[in-house]
Design a protein around this ligand. Sequence first.
Ligand code: ZN
Length: 360
Amino acid sequence: MNTSKQQKNKNYGRTVLLLLLLTAVILCLILGLMLIRMRSGTSSAETEQNLTETQPESESISESESETETESETLPPGMVSGMTLSFYHAFLHVSDSAVMPVVRMSPENAVDTSRIWSSSDLQIASVNETGMINPVSPGECTIYVTSVSNPDVFAEISVTVYPDEEPLPNPGEIVCSGSPRDDIQVIGGITYVNGIMIVNKTYPLPDSYNPQGMTPETAQAFAELRQAASDEAGLYLFSHSDFRSYQTQVYVYGDYANQYGSEAADTFSARAGYSEHQSGLCIDVNWPGDDFNDTPEAVWLEQNCARFGFVIRFPRDKEALTGYKYESWHIRYVGQEIAQEIMQNGLCLEEYLHVDSEYP
Ligand SMILES: [Zn+2]
Protein backbone atom coordinates (compact mmCIF):
# COMPACT_ATOMS: atom_id res chain seq x y z
CA MET A 1 0.00 0.00 0.00
CA ASN A 2 2.76 2.39 1.06
CA THR A 3 4.96 1.57 -1.88
CA SER A 4 2.08 1.96 -4.32
CA LYS A 5 1.26 5.35 -2.76
CA GLN A 6 4.92 6.38 -3.12
CA GLN A 7 4.83 5.16 -6.71
CA LYS A 8 1.69 7.19 -7.35
CA ASN A 9 3.31 10.31 -5.84
CA LYS A 10 6.40 9.78 -8.00
CA ASN A 11 4.22 9.43 -11.11
CA TYR A 12 2.29 12.55 -10.14
CA GLY A 13 5.52 14.50 -9.70
CA ARG A 14 6.75 13.40 -13.12
CA THR A 15 3.51 14.49 -14.83
CA VAL A 16 3.73 17.91 -13.18
CA LEU A 17 7.36 18.27 -14.29
CA LEU A 18 6.48 17.23 -17.83
CA LEU A 19 3.57 19.68 -17.91
CA LEU A 20 5.84 22.46 -16.64
CA LEU A 21 8.45 21.65 -19.30
CA LEU A 22 5.74 21.65 -21.98
CA THR A 23 4.37 25.04 -20.91
CA ALA A 24 7.96 26.39 -20.86
CA VAL A 25 8.52 25.12 -24.44
CA ILE A 26 5.19 26.61 -25.61
CA LEU A 27 6.01 29.94 -23.94
CA CYS A 28 9.43 29.97 -25.64
CA LEU A 29 7.78 29.27 -29.00
CA ILE A 30 5.25 32.10 -28.51
CA LEU A 31 8.00 34.49 -27.45
CA GLY A 32 10.09 33.50 -30.46
CA LEU A 33 7.18 34.08 -32.84
CA MET A 34 6.48 37.47 -31.29
CA LEU A 35 10.11 38.48 -31.72
CA ILE A 36 10.11 37.44 -35.39
CA ARG A 37 6.90 39.39 -35.95
CA MET A 38 8.30 42.50 -34.29
CA ARG A 39 11.47 42.29 -36.40
CA SER A 40 9.57 41.97 -39.70
CA GLY A 41 7.24 44.75 -38.55
CA THR A 42 10.09 47.20 -38.03
CA SER A 43 11.78 46.20 -41.27
CA SER A 44 8.59 46.84 -43.28
CA ALA A 45 8.20 50.15 -41.48
CA GLU A 46 11.80 50.93 -42.38
CA THR A 47 11.27 50.19 -46.07
CA GLU A 48 8.09 52.23 -46.03
CA GLN A 49 10.06 55.12 -44.61
CA ASN A 50 12.73 54.63 -47.26
CA LEU A 51 10.05 54.71 -49.90
CA THR A 52 8.53 57.95 -48.67
CA GLU A 53 12.00 59.42 -48.39
CA THR A 54 12.91 58.56 -51.97
CA GLN A 55 9.52 59.46 -53.38
CA PRO A 56 10.03 63.22 -53.73
CA GLU A 57 13.24 62.55 -55.65
CA SER A 58 11.59 60.19 -58.10
CA GLU A 59 8.70 62.64 -58.45
CA SER A 60 11.00 65.47 -59.37
CA ILE A 61 12.73 63.25 -61.90
CA SER A 62 9.48 62.33 -63.58
CA GLU A 63 8.49 65.99 -63.46
CA SER A 64 11.61 67.17 -65.20
CA GLU A 65 11.17 64.53 -67.86
CA SER A 66 7.40 65.03 -67.96
CA GLU A 67 6.95 61.33 -68.39
CA THR A 68 5.27 58.55 -66.53
CA GLU A 69 8.22 56.19 -66.25
CA THR A 70 7.96 52.73 -64.82
CA GLU A 71 11.02 51.09 -63.22
CA SER A 72 13.13 51.29 -66.33
CA GLU A 73 16.15 49.75 -64.56
CA THR A 74 14.54 46.36 -64.48
CA LEU A 75 13.22 46.55 -68.06
CA PRO A 76 15.14 44.97 -70.92
CA PRO A 77 16.67 47.48 -73.36
CA GLY A 78 14.31 48.57 -76.12
CA MET A 79 11.26 47.92 -73.94
CA VAL A 80 8.72 50.75 -73.72
CA SER A 81 9.04 52.43 -70.29
CA GLY A 82 6.98 55.62 -70.55
CA MET A 83 4.43 57.53 -72.58
CA THR A 84 3.39 61.19 -72.89
CA LEU A 85 0.44 62.63 -74.77
CA SER A 86 0.02 66.01 -76.42
CA PHE A 87 -3.14 66.50 -74.30
CA TYR A 88 -4.96 64.85 -71.39
CA HIS A 89 -8.29 66.70 -71.40
CA ALA A 90 -10.62 67.26 -74.34
CA PHE A 91 -13.73 69.48 -74.39
CA LEU A 92 -15.69 69.02 -77.59
CA HIS A 93 -19.02 69.78 -79.18
CA VAL A 94 -20.99 66.81 -80.50
CA SER A 95 -20.47 68.00 -84.09
CA ASP A 96 -16.73 68.77 -83.69
CA SER A 97 -14.37 66.82 -85.90
CA ALA A 98 -12.23 64.13 -84.28
CA VAL A 99 -9.13 65.06 -82.29
CA MET A 100 -6.01 62.93 -82.12
CA PRO A 101 -3.36 63.23 -79.42
CA VAL A 102 0.30 62.90 -80.39
CA VAL A 103 1.75 59.96 -78.45
CA ARG A 104 5.41 59.84 -77.51
CA MET A 105 6.85 56.60 -76.23
CA SER A 106 10.14 56.40 -74.39
CA PRO A 107 12.90 55.37 -74.65
CA GLU A 108 13.42 56.70 -78.15
CA ASN A 109 14.83 53.37 -79.29
CA ALA A 110 11.83 51.40 -78.01
CA VAL A 111 11.31 48.41 -80.30
CA ASP A 112 7.55 47.90 -80.15
CA THR A 113 5.65 51.19 -79.79
CA SER A 114 2.27 49.79 -80.82
CA ARG A 115 -0.64 50.66 -78.56
CA ILE A 116 -4.28 49.85 -77.97
CA TRP A 117 -6.99 52.50 -77.66
CA SER A 118 -10.28 52.12 -75.82
CA SER A 119 -13.14 54.24 -74.52
CA SER A 120 -14.91 53.90 -71.18
CA ASP A 121 -18.19 54.86 -72.90
CA LEU A 122 -18.69 54.53 -76.64
CA GLN A 123 -22.00 56.41 -76.32
CA ILE A 124 -20.03 59.56 -75.34
CA ALA A 125 -16.88 59.31 -77.49
CA SER A 126 -15.39 56.60 -79.63
CA VAL A 127 -11.74 56.07 -80.52
CA ASN A 128 -10.29 54.18 -83.46
CA GLU A 129 -7.07 52.14 -83.69
CA THR A 130 -5.03 55.23 -84.66
CA GLY A 131 -6.23 57.30 -81.67
CA MET A 132 -8.82 59.49 -83.44
CA ILE A 133 -11.28 60.50 -80.72
CA ASN A 134 -14.76 61.16 -82.06
CA PRO A 135 -17.46 62.90 -79.98
CA VAL A 136 -20.78 61.02 -80.08
CA SER A 137 -23.21 62.50 -77.54
CA PRO A 138 -23.06 64.83 -74.50
CA GLY A 139 -21.43 63.44 -71.37
CA GLU A 140 -18.07 62.48 -69.89
CA CYS A 141 -15.86 59.50 -70.55
CA THR A 142 -12.24 58.39 -70.44
CA ILE A 143 -10.10 57.31 -73.38
CA TYR A 144 -7.33 54.85 -72.53
CA VAL A 145 -4.15 54.17 -74.47
CA THR A 146 -1.96 51.26 -73.42
CA SER A 147 1.39 50.00 -74.71
CA VAL A 148 1.06 46.53 -76.24
CA SER A 149 4.57 45.38 -75.33
CA ASN A 150 4.41 46.76 -71.78
CA PRO A 151 0.84 47.05 -70.45
CA ASP A 152 2.20 48.79 -67.31
CA VAL A 153 2.65 51.86 -69.52
CA PHE A 154 -0.63 53.62 -70.22
CA ALA A 155 -2.28 57.06 -70.24
CA GLU A 156 -5.78 58.47 -69.94
CA ILE A 157 -7.59 61.34 -71.59
CA SER A 158 -10.73 62.69 -69.95
CA VAL A 159 -13.25 63.71 -72.60
CA THR A 160 -16.26 65.96 -72.05
CA VAL A 161 -18.75 66.30 -74.89
CA TYR A 162 -21.14 69.27 -74.92
CA PRO A 163 -24.39 69.74 -76.85
CA ASP A 164 -23.76 71.97 -79.88
CA GLU A 165 -25.94 74.76 -78.51
CA GLU A 166 -24.04 74.89 -75.18
CA PRO A 167 -20.88 77.05 -75.10
CA LEU A 168 -17.57 75.30 -74.44
CA PRO A 169 -15.86 76.13 -71.14
CA ASN A 170 -13.38 79.00 -70.94
CA PRO A 171 -9.83 77.56 -70.90
CA GLY A 172 -8.73 80.00 -68.21
CA GLU A 173 -11.44 78.81 -65.83
CA ILE A 174 -10.99 75.05 -66.00
CA VAL A 175 -8.82 73.45 -63.40
CA CYS A 176 -7.79 69.96 -64.36
CA SER A 177 -5.69 67.47 -62.51
CA GLY A 178 -4.36 64.06 -63.25
CA SER A 179 -1.90 64.98 -65.98
CA PRO A 180 1.77 64.35 -65.21
CA ARG A 181 2.62 68.04 -64.88
CA ASP A 182 0.88 70.73 -66.91
CA ASP A 183 -2.81 70.87 -67.68
CA ILE A 184 -3.03 70.27 -71.39
CA GLN A 185 -6.57 70.67 -72.67
CA VAL A 186 -8.11 70.57 -76.10
CA ILE A 187 -11.16 72.79 -76.28
CA GLY A 188 -13.04 72.73 -79.56
CA GLY A 189 -9.90 71.44 -81.28
CA ILE A 190 -7.62 74.18 -79.84
CA THR A 191 -4.86 73.20 -77.41
CA TYR A 192 -4.32 75.16 -74.19
CA VAL A 193 -1.49 74.53 -71.74
CA ASN A 194 -2.37 75.95 -68.33
CA GLY A 195 -4.92 78.14 -70.11
CA ILE A 196 -2.47 79.49 -72.72
CA MET A 197 -3.24 78.73 -76.36
CA ILE A 198 -0.39 76.89 -78.05
CA VAL A 199 0.01 76.73 -81.82
CA ASN A 200 3.14 75.10 -83.23
CA LYS A 201 4.28 72.04 -85.19
CA THR A 202 2.82 69.67 -82.57
CA TYR A 203 -0.37 71.62 -81.84
CA PRO A 204 -2.37 72.71 -84.89
CA LEU A 205 -5.56 74.78 -85.02
CA PRO A 206 -8.74 73.39 -86.59
CA ASP A 207 -9.23 74.48 -90.24
CA SER A 208 -12.40 76.25 -89.19
CA TYR A 209 -10.80 78.44 -86.51
CA ASN A 210 -11.05 82.00 -87.76
CA PRO A 211 -11.05 85.03 -85.42
CA GLN A 212 -11.26 87.26 -88.57
CA GLY A 213 -8.31 89.36 -87.52
CA MET A 214 -6.15 90.16 -84.49
CA THR A 215 -7.93 89.40 -81.21
CA PRO A 216 -9.08 92.63 -79.50
CA GLU A 217 -6.48 92.23 -76.70
CA THR A 218 -3.70 91.73 -79.24
CA ALA A 219 -4.74 94.74 -81.31
CA GLN A 220 -5.01 96.97 -78.22
CA ALA A 221 -1.63 95.84 -76.85
CA PHE A 222 0.07 96.35 -80.22
CA ALA A 223 -1.36 99.86 -80.52
CA GLU A 224 0.14 100.72 -77.12
CA LEU A 225 3.48 99.15 -78.08
CA ARG A 226 3.67 101.21 -81.29
CA GLN A 227 2.86 104.41 -79.41
CA ALA A 228 5.58 103.69 -76.83
CA ALA A 229 8.18 102.94 -79.52
CA SER A 230 7.39 106.27 -81.11
CA ASP A 231 7.26 108.27 -77.83
CA GLU A 232 10.24 106.68 -76.11
CA ALA A 233 12.61 105.98 -79.00
CA GLY A 234 11.23 107.80 -82.02
CA LEU A 235 10.86 104.48 -83.85
CA TYR A 236 8.17 103.62 -86.34
CA LEU A 237 6.75 100.13 -85.87
CA PHE A 238 3.86 98.67 -87.83
CA SER A 239 2.21 95.39 -88.63
CA HIS A 240 3.57 93.90 -91.83
CA SER A 241 1.17 90.99 -91.45
CA ASP A 242 -0.81 89.62 -88.53
CA PHE A 243 -3.89 87.42 -88.89
CA ARG A 244 -3.83 84.89 -91.69
CA SER A 245 -6.69 82.45 -92.24
CA TYR A 246 -6.18 78.73 -92.77
CA GLN A 247 -6.87 79.18 -96.47
CA THR A 248 -4.34 82.02 -96.82
CA GLN A 249 -1.70 79.88 -95.14
CA VAL A 250 -2.39 77.09 -97.63
CA TYR A 251 -1.21 79.51 -100.35
CA VAL A 252 1.65 81.06 -98.36
CA TYR A 253 3.22 77.73 -97.42
CA GLY A 254 2.46 76.21 -100.84
CA ASP A 255 4.33 79.06 -102.53
CA TYR A 256 7.42 78.66 -100.33
CA ALA A 257 7.36 74.87 -100.68
CA ASN A 258 7.25 75.20 -104.48
CA GLN A 259 10.10 77.71 -104.42
CA TYR A 260 12.45 76.16 -101.86
CA GLY A 261 11.17 72.61 -101.30
CA SER A 262 9.09 71.62 -98.29
CA GLU A 263 12.06 70.70 -96.07
CA ALA A 264 13.51 74.22 -96.30
CA ALA A 265 10.07 75.83 -96.18
CA ASP A 266 9.35 74.03 -92.89
CA THR A 267 12.16 75.95 -91.15
CA PHE A 268 10.59 79.37 -91.75
CA SER A 269 6.98 78.89 -92.82
CA ALA A 270 4.20 76.91 -91.18
CA ARG A 271 2.01 74.37 -92.89
CA ALA A 272 -1.66 75.37 -92.96
CA GLY A 273 -3.27 74.75 -89.58
CA TYR A 274 0.12 74.93 -87.80
CA SER A 275 0.63 78.68 -88.26
CA GLU A 276 0.38 80.92 -85.23
CA HIS A 277 -0.83 83.66 -87.57
CA GLN A 278 -4.18 81.83 -87.75
CA SER A 279 -4.63 82.46 -84.00
CA GLY A 280 -4.92 86.24 -84.32
CA LEU A 281 -2.38 86.53 -81.49
CA CYS A 282 0.77 87.37 -83.44
CA ILE A 283 2.27 90.01 -85.66
CA ASP A 284 5.18 90.22 -88.06
CA VAL A 285 6.57 93.67 -87.26
CA ASN A 286 7.91 95.94 -90.05
CA TRP A 287 9.83 93.49 -92.14
CA PRO A 288 9.80 89.68 -91.90
CA GLY A 289 13.35 88.92 -93.01
CA ASP A 290 16.85 88.43 -91.61
CA ASP A 291 17.76 92.03 -92.49
CA PHE A 292 15.38 93.20 -89.76
CA ASN A 293 17.59 91.44 -87.14
CA ASP A 294 19.71 93.86 -85.05
CA THR A 295 18.05 97.00 -86.44
CA PRO A 296 17.18 99.64 -83.78
CA GLU A 297 13.54 98.60 -84.23
CA ALA A 298 14.35 94.91 -83.61
CA VAL A 299 16.47 95.73 -80.56
CA TRP A 300 13.75 97.97 -79.08
CA LEU A 301 11.12 95.31 -79.78
CA GLU A 302 13.10 92.61 -77.99
CA GLN A 303 13.77 94.84 -74.98
CA ASN A 304 10.26 96.23 -74.61
CA CYS A 305 7.67 93.85 -76.07
CA ALA A 306 7.07 92.02 -72.77
CA ARG A 307 5.83 95.26 -71.13
CA PHE A 308 2.90 95.07 -73.55
CA GLY A 309 2.30 91.34 -73.22
CA PHE A 310 4.30 90.11 -76.24
CA VAL A 311 7.18 87.67 -76.56
CA ILE A 312 9.69 87.17 -79.37
CA ARG A 313 8.17 83.87 -80.38
CA PHE A 314 11.18 82.31 -82.15
CA PRO A 315 14.24 83.57 -80.25
CA ARG A 316 17.89 83.12 -81.17
CA ASP A 317 19.35 79.65 -80.59
CA LYS A 318 16.00 78.04 -79.81
CA GLU A 319 15.36 76.48 -83.21
CA ALA A 320 15.56 72.94 -81.79
CA LEU A 321 12.72 73.79 -79.37
CA THR A 322 10.47 76.07 -81.42
CA GLY A 323 11.02 74.31 -84.74
CA TYR A 324 11.77 77.67 -86.41
CA LYS A 325 14.87 79.73 -87.01
CA TYR A 326 15.32 83.07 -85.24
CA GLU A 327 12.64 85.61 -86.19
CA SER A 328 13.27 88.99 -84.59
CA TRP A 329 10.05 90.36 -86.12
CA HIS A 330 7.47 87.75 -85.09
CA ILE A 331 5.83 88.61 -81.76
CA ARG A 332 3.09 86.66 -79.98
CA TYR A 333 0.64 88.03 -77.40
CA VAL A 334 0.51 86.04 -74.12
CA GLY A 335 -0.33 88.81 -71.59
CA GLN A 336 2.07 90.97 -69.58
CA GLU A 337 2.80 88.73 -66.62
CA ILE A 338 3.67 85.64 -68.66
CA ALA A 339 5.52 87.65 -71.30
CA GLN A 340 7.77 89.21 -68.66
CA GLU A 341 8.50 85.83 -67.09
CA ILE A 342 9.39 84.34 -70.47
CA MET A 343 11.51 87.24 -71.72
CA GLN A 344 13.33 87.92 -68.44
CA ASN A 345 14.36 84.28 -68.20
CA GLY A 346 15.41 84.04 -71.85
CA LEU A 347 12.91 81.30 -72.61
CA CYS A 348 10.83 80.38 -75.60
CA LEU A 349 7.14 79.55 -75.21
CA GLU A 350 7.80 75.81 -75.68
CA GLU A 351 10.24 75.85 -72.73
CA TYR A 352 7.82 77.82 -70.59
CA LEU A 353 4.94 75.42 -71.29
CA HIS A 354 7.13 72.27 -71.44
CA VAL A 355 5.85 71.26 -74.85
CA ASP A 356 7.39 70.05 -78.11
CA SER A 357 7.14 71.50 -81.59
CA GLU A 358 7.52 68.73 -84.15
CA TYR A 359 5.31 67.74 -87.03
CA PRO A 360 3.69 64.37 -86.38
ZN1 ZN B 1 5.28 85.47 -88.42
